[in-house]
Write a protein that binds this ligand. Sequence first.
Ligand code: ADP
Ligand code: MG
Length: 451
Amino acid sequence: MNREELWQSLLSRLQFQVSNFQFNTWLKHVKISSFDQKKVVLAVNNSFTKEWLEKKYKNLILKNLKEILPDVENVFFEINKEEKTSLSQIPQKKSSPSFQQPNLEIFQKKQKANLNPKYRFSNFVVGSFNELAHAAALAITKKPGQMYNPLFIYGSVGLGKTHLLQAIGNEILENQPELEIKYIPTQVFISQVIQAIKNKSIDELKKKWQQTNVLIVDDIQFLAGKERTQEEFFYLFNFLYENQRQIVLSSDRSPREIPALAERLKSRFEGGLMADISFPDYESRMAILKSKCQEKNIEIPDEILEYIAQNIKKNIRELEGALNFLIFNLSAKKEKMSFNKVKDVLKKIIEKPKKVINAKMIIKEIADFYGLKEKDLFSNCRRQDLLKPRQIAMFFLREELKTSYSAIAKLFGGKDHTTIMHACNKIIKQISENENLKNEINTLKERIFCG
Ligand code: ADP
Ligand code: MG
C-alpha cells in the first residue's frame, strides 16, 4: 500500500463517521506525511488544526488506521512542509488525484452487499487469457438474470476470479441500486447454513437469500463433501433460477472436477455459461503491471516491469505482490531504483526454492483436492468417495515417483502388493475411458508439479 491508497482508504472511512461539516473542516485536508508498519505521521496545515486533531480526533483516526494497518501503534501530527513529504526517490506522478467523495447511499449498499469498491471493470485488464470470462461478466451486468444463468467462472488461484465477481456486483449496483445484490464466499455460506440449522432458523435464512436479485458465490469448490449445504444451495439455486434472478459462481476448477458434489448441482452449474481464466501471456502481464503502477500513481521504468513480468507467470496476485514488495522496500530505504538493486530486492520472491516432490506432498495435494484429511487416504474404509482418491494416490506414487508396489503397500497399512498393482491398473484403465477422471488427474499433475 502506498501513501495515496492509505490516504484514500482512511478518508473514505472517516467520512462516514463524522458530520459533513467536521469532515470538511478538519479531516479532508489532512495528508499522510510518512508511515511504516508501526506509526503514521499526518501532515496538517497549521498549528491550530494540529492541536485540535490531537485533542479531538486522534483516537478516531488511530482506530481507523488500525483497521487498515493492523500493526499501527501510534499516529503523530506535523505541520505540512511541502517538500519534506517526498517519501522516496521513486518518481511520483505530479498531479495527485483529488479525493472523490463516493455517493453515501451507494457506498452503504456496497458494504451491505459485501462488495469492495476497489474491484472494478475499469481496472480489470483484459487479454486472451480472460477474454471470454470478462465479456460474459460484462454482458450479464447489462441484463442480470436474462443472458447467462448461472455464469460459472473458473481458473487457478490468483487469476482474477474474485476481482471479476466483485466488479459484476459493483457495476450492477451502480446501474440498478434498487436490486438486492449479495456477494458471499462459499465458506461463509456454509457456516451460515450450519449455524442456522443449529439455531433452528434455517427458514429465515432461506427467506433472506430468496430476496436476492443477484447472488454471487465465490469459490464454490468448497461445497465439496458438504452434503447438507449442497442440499440447501440446490433449492436456493432453483428458486433464484426459476425467478430469473442472476447467479454468478466461481471455482478453482470446472464443475465436473469438483469432487463429492451432487450430480444435480454439477449439471445446474454447467447449464448456463462456463468461462475459464487461464494464465496471462507476457503482454497481459505487462499491461497489468502498468495498470497497477497507474493506480498507485507511481512511475517505474519499463525495464524493471519487464523483469517482473518475465519472472512471475502464473499468478496475478504474486505479480502485484512483487510490485508492492519492490515499492515498499525501495521507498522504506529511500534507495534509488537501479536495475541491479531491483533484481536484488526481487530475488527473494522470484527465486523460490525448487519444489521437492515426495510422497508426503503428493498425499497432501490429493487430500486437499478431494477435500479430505490425509489420514482418510490411509484408512481402510471402503466408502466410494475415499476409495477413488486412495487409488489415485497409489497411482501417483507408482507412476510419478516410481515407488515399488511393496513400498506403497507398506505405506498404506501393510496391504498386499497385488492390491496396489490392481489399484494402479484400474486407474490407468479408467483414465482411457473416463474423460472426467482424465481431467482430474491432469489438474492434480499441474498442482503437484507446477503449483
Ligand atoms: P482469484 O480470486 O482468482 O484467486 P483475485 O481476483 O483475488 O484472484 O486476484 C488477485 C489479484 O490480482 C487482485 O488484487 C486482483 O485485483 C488482481 N488481478 C487479477 N486479475 C486482474 C486483471 N485482469 N487486471 C487487473 N488486476 C487483476
Ligand atoms: Mg478469489
